[in-house]
Ligand binder design. Sequence first.
Ligand SMILES: Nc1ncnc2c1ncn2[C@@H]1O[C@H](COP(=O)(O)OP(=O)(O)O)[C@@H](O)[C@H]1O
Ligand SMILES: O=P(O)(O)OC[C@H](O)CO
Length: 500
Amino acid sequence: MATTQYILAIDEGTTSTRAVIIDHDGQPVAEAQREFPQYFPQPGWVEHNPNEIWNAVLSTIATAFINSGIQPKQIAGVGITNQRETTVVWDKATGLPIYNAIVWQSRQTTDIANQLKAAGHADLIHDHTGLLIDPYFSATKIRWILDHVPGAQERAENGELLFGTIDTWLTWKLSGGAVHVTDYTNASRTMLFNIHTLQWDPEILKLLNIPRAMLPTVRSNSEVYANTASYHFYGSAVPIAGMAGDQQSALFGQLALQPGMVKNTYGTGSFIVMNTGEQPTMSANNLLTTIGYGVDGKVNYALEGSVFVAGSAIQWLRDGMELVDHAPDSEAAARASQSRDEVYVVPAFTGLGAPYWDTDARGAVFGLTRGTTRNDFIKATLQSLAYQSRDVVDTMKKDTGIAIPTLRVDGGAANNDYLMQFQADILGTPVERAANLETTALGAAYLAGLAVGFWHDTAELETLAKVGKRFTPSMAANDRERLYAGWRAAVQATMAFKPS
Ligand SMILES: Nc1ncnc2c1ncn2[C@@H]1O[C@H](COP(=O)(O)OP(=O)(O)O)[C@@H](O)[C@H]1O
Ligand SMILES: O=P(O)(O)OC[C@H](O)CO
């Protein structure tokens, strides 16, 4: 009889969803991944179909079970981690979304954000939520849906509609509609959550005219929220016991649990997060203050620099420019480049995030000569991921006065050894790659496992951590600063160019 127990992590990312089954040693023993469609209804808009996400989640769970032979009843707990900010509004009675999910990257709510800024609400919103007014966050996306779907405002006020980020949507679906909940980390990305009182903020709800009735209950990151509905889980009712936004989940999965520890996840975007301990550090330089995790009655805050385009620039090389067949091919191309790094690609496809926050910026290329080749172009695109991370790491050091001795990295593009070495070189700081790049899934599994007693405490988790590869800077300091100065000039020129 099968008795070995596991944790199932659902990692619902921007472009694909994964189901990862993790054993007691913290090792992934089964994994399934599925991409789902991206919709671009207008330039700068990005949407998902929430039911396509849900179907992709169900199918990856099934595949992970089928491929591994592990039985659903062997799952001690489920952890959910997700692309953050992406906004779903659905009908409480039917479970049907009233509009597509508006994705975090989407710029379709720029006007609403601009109105809030023009009305002078930036300080209040920063003080209460730790965020800057930007279409990135859920608040303006909810407003947009309520404005654009006929009758939605009234129905939301009557309690007929529910709002959720993807964690909330998936927990609601997986539990058969039993609970409408979110967690501190996802709530802290809505621009509606007061990170000091740990409550939805009545003033901001009023400013945006968002009915309280549609918001989920906010819970900690590690506790039993509900059981899986057995009809969605092959006859088993398993506790859903961990929930966190993917960047915070990666922080937890990296066990960056001490103040000052920093991780960078190179996925679709790139998100650099520093654990700042039990007090929020408010940025003076356009970084975000957010909740790192809330476990066992204690909340740890974090500082975050969000870079909107990272791995998606490599996808663009693959799908848009057709310069590589597969994202990993970018590594060989970069190594084959003979250029002296004089080409700069600024991939501001959906504006620039931290520390610039320029919604209207669009991508640009600098330094082309007649001799520039495909390989040079690919190399420059890869390098843009590292330059953008340096922008944030420098800002973080300035904000906190804390030295960053090592950058812990994970996510799909962290597989690229060329990129990781260039990252170490351009920072002048060692880069430590997680042994298991599925750090995001691991974080959600840890959170769920702690809640159900599968693991005892974080000290036990520390014993599971495996050392990955370390990249040590080898570039001369004057080269580093010369190259970085070129990047800064390229970004300034990109921001100066505003097509009418
Ligand atoms: N070897 C590689 N080199 C560069 N980029 C890569 C490599 N492997 C994957 N990527 C990029 O990483 C991203 C996928 O990472 P992942 O962590 O799965 O992202 P997400 O969770 O946002 O969907 C894709 O955008 C892809 O282009
Ligand atoms: O899908 P990812 O991994 O790029 O993460 C998306 C972020 O959570 C957006 O804030």
